[in-house]
Design a protein. Structure first.
Length: 758
């Protein structure tokens, strides 16, 4: 990008006008739409006035874009049958709008758009060159290193220069003096090579350019280079480094969906031609009907006007809503199609079998029993007096009959010479390459699975050792304490636990040991720990924490038992247990954490939720509304394993369950904290990584210091540990000023003031 600090470059750098692709050939057609000097690109469907020459064999055919309806009516065909002709015309104009391929990619490109009816196609090239160099105040000796190109289809001038200073001079051109007249121009710099444009929608018009740059071009979006609003709309065009546009970007603190930017075909509303826009129209004095193309329309022309689109041949004005060819195909999409086509059509030497040796050929011919006169090298010449027809159909029929009458032993002989050639497919190497890639991926996947299995075995072994140490320590503590004598009668022994309960308890003990080890290694112990799927009727406990748990049996509504949820709070924090939905269908636990004293008392509500993925018809309306009523103006954190699919948090599709969660949280004013690009659950070989663990916060004021981080640590499970930090304002108590008494001074003054009694 150019230096925007220079006064000559202030207007040029403020424009984000182009997307640079892997070649500069399509720069003019793919990149020149987005810079009308503040005009809205949604209304810049402009077209060109130049003649497009296409070569068909050895004959040059001139295609004019001035009156498409008349051209299509000459052949006697109906407008419905001319859709293919309209597409061909658009393709020819797009091809004619391209710039030369020999422009260096690393150089900077400047576009000059002349206004006031300057017809570049009718001017000599040296006149345009002299006018541009003179207007830019660039010496002719140094200007020889630059390249100036005229695009007659778009009626623009493109300059390529390797020097940044000269690029600023070219971008500062505001007028061209040609033929004794001064023409107003608009110049701007295009984006550098290796970038692509994306678009986001729904950004308020009140946001200034500085606000857009601050909220988009930051560390949260490392690929974003520049952002620019499209006219006065709510759509923002973003320039990204590379050739891929991310699906989502972060605008400030909110996640916004981003898509590939597609430009309109240039359609001029002044002269009605395709290829250029109205601001650079070379014939601004032309008056036509934009809908049907009729010249000099009268006042009553609207009654008999029959619109016809020049892009799709539809019954509407050119390039309006409903046009199937309204948008251009982005160059990155075209490039990917080329790559796929080239990969499919690439052949190797293995696809062409070698010819048999001369000895095998002679043996093969002798085996056929033919005479040696049939083995001559030269074929018999066709007689010049042959009166047979040589049309295409006759030759095709002859070839077909010749192939049908070929004896079967010839084919069998060919198979005997090279048996692999009979069953060889020209695209076999592509399939073989894919098979090799798949096999290598499978081998790598198997190796990763073995490594994961070894790590899990090591973790289980470490957990078992930790459990043994913990049990031994607990037994020693119990032996040291002497139990009191009991005078009560002996009670019945409790029933032994079932095998299922034993497995659940052992699994929970293993998770407990891993969690204790993780907390011990952390720099700061968490104040609150939220767990789902405990699978235990006994509340999980940790030293130094108070447990608020809901066992699986607490779920009594709906089909199937629950999985259990638990919230652990530090004992030094004041915590209160609440019940939102007694015996509700959705497993949850609600804990209020109280901070501060007296008038400065504040509460933070934490709602731990688990929704089984099998319960795909669950609704969150009652839960969210109850949480909103309970929390009120306080900070409320709604988090847990929801298993609700929605595109807002990274899923490729939306279910009814995810739609319900999204609608209810948005209506209640909750804000999503998750990053859709950081999955919280690791997938398997047949499943992708997902975002089943979500976190919503109620008040927008709390977002100033709230942070959400995916640690990536799983502790041998498939869910990652998430870290959420909510800042709480500390109470600033006024320190009491203590008065210090100097007793020595007090005694001295006392002695001086005491008088002896008579």
């Amino acid at each position: 990008m150019l230096d925007s600090s220079s006064p000559k470059m202030a207007s040029a750098s403020s424009q984000l006008n182009a997307v640079s692709h892997n070649r500069f050939a399509a720069l003019a057609t793919e990149d020149m739409d987005f810079c009308a000097g503040g005009n809205d690109t949604t209304t810049t469907n402009t077209i060109n006035d130049q003649e497009v020459l296409r070569s068909t064999g050895r004959t040059a055919v001139t295609v004019r874009g001035n009156d498409y309806t008349q051209a299509t009516s000459r052949d006697g065909k109906s407008p419905e049958n001319n859709e293919a002709q309209a597409k061909r015309m658009v393709a020819r104009i797009t091809k004619a709008s391209r710039m030369p391929l020999n422009l260096p990619r690393e150089e900077q490109k400047i576009v000059i758009r002349p206004r006031g009816g300057l017809f570049l196609a009718k001017l000599e090239a040296d006149i345009v060159m002299s006018a541009v160099i003179t207007a830019a105040n660039v010496p002719k000796t140094t200007a020889k290193a630059d390249t100036i190109c005229i695009n007659p289809t778009q009626n623009i001038i493109v300059i390529s220069t390797p020097d940044e200073e000269r690029a600023r001079y070219y971008a500062s051109v505001r007028s061209l003096y040609i033929g004794g007249r001064s023409y107003e121009t608009h110049a701007y710099c295009t984006a550098p090579h290796g970038t692509v444009k994306g678009v986001i929608r729904g950004i308020a018009v009140e946001n200034t350019a500085e606000d857009l740059h601050e909220n988009i071009v930051n560390q949260a979006n490392p690929q974003a280079l520049e952002a620019h609003r499209i006219g006065n709309t709510t759509s923002i065009v973003i320039l990204f480094a590379g050739t891929k546009v991310p699906n989502y970007i972060k605008y400030g603190s909110i996640i916004v969906k981003c898509g590939l930017y597609r430009q309109h075909h240039n359609v001029c509303k002044t002269c009605g031609k395709i290829g250029h826009r109205a601001d650079v129209c070379p014939t601004p004095e032309t008056k036509i009907c934009f809908a049907c193309g009729a010249p000099n329309p009268t006042a009553d022309h609207a009654a008999r006007c029959k619109p016809r689109c020049k892009l799709c041949n539809g019954a509407h004005a050119t390039g309006t809503e409903g046009c199937t060819n309204k948008y251009k195909v982005p160059f990155v999409v075209t490039q990917r199609r080329w790559e796929r086509r080239n990969a499919a059509s690439a052949f190797s030497s293995q696809d062409f079998p070698q010819l048999p040796p001369q000895q095998q050929n002679e043996a093969y011919l002798s085996k056929r029993g033919r005479s040696r006169s049939r083995k001559r090298d030269k074929s018999r010449r066709q007689s010049a007096s042959c009166g047979r027809s040589t049309d295409g159909k006759r030759s095709e029929n002859m070839n077909y009959n010749h192939n049908q009458q070929r004896p079967s032993n010839v084919i069998n002989g060919a198979q005997a010479i090279n048996p692999q050639a009979a069953n060889r497919n020209p695209l076999n190497h592509v399939a073989e390459a894919k098979d090799n890639t798949i096999q290598s991926l499978r081998n790598e996947n198997d190796q990763l699975k073995r490594c994961i299995a070894e790590q899990r075995a090591q973790m289980q072994e470490m957990n078992a050792k930790l459990n043994q140490l913990i049990n031994a320590q607990q037994q020693q503590q119990q032996q040291q304490v002497t139990p009191p004598l009991s005078l009560s009668p002996p009670q019945s022994q409790p029933r032994p636990p079932t095998p299922k309960e034993n497995n659940t308890n052992s699994a929970m003990e293993g998770r407990k040991a891993s969690l204790q080890q993780y907390i011990k290694q952390s720099t700061k112990r968490p104040d609150v720990i939220i767990l789902q799927e405990t699978h235990s009727e006994t509340p999980p406990t940790l030293p130094g924490y108070r447990s608020f748990a809901k066992p699986p049996s607490a779920r009594t509504v709906g089909k199937g038992a629950g999985q259990g949820v638990c919230t652990l709070v530090k004992k030094n924090l004041t915590s209160i247990d609440h019940e939102l939905l007694p015996s509700g269908a959705i497993e949850h636990s609600t804990v209020e954490i109280v901070t501060g004293k007296r008038k400065r008392r504040k509460s933070t509500f934490i709602i731990n939720v688990y929704s089984n993925p099998k319960h795909f018809q669950q609704k969150f309306r009652t839960l969210v509304h109850k949480a909103q009523q309970l929390g009120g103006p306080n900070v409320t954190l709604l988090c847990g394993d929801f298993n609700a699919q929605h595109t807002a948090w990274g899923y490729p599709y939306t279910t009814a369950k995810g739609h319900s969660l999204y609608d209810e949280t948005m209506d209640a004013g909750y804000q999503l904290l998750n990053d859709p690009n950081a999955p919280t659950r690791n997938g398997t070989s047949s499943q992708r990584d997902t975002n089943s663990d979500l976190a919503f916060i109620s008040t927008a004021s709390a977002l100033r210091g709230v942070t959400w981080r995916n640690t990536g640590e799983t502790l041998g499970r498939d869910h990652c540990i998430l870290e959420i930090t909510i800042p709480i304002a500390e109470n600033t108590q006024r320190a009491q000023q203590q008065q210090i008494i100097d007793w020595h001074e007090y005694r001295k003054k006392l002695e001086d003031n005491v008088t002896e009694s008579p």
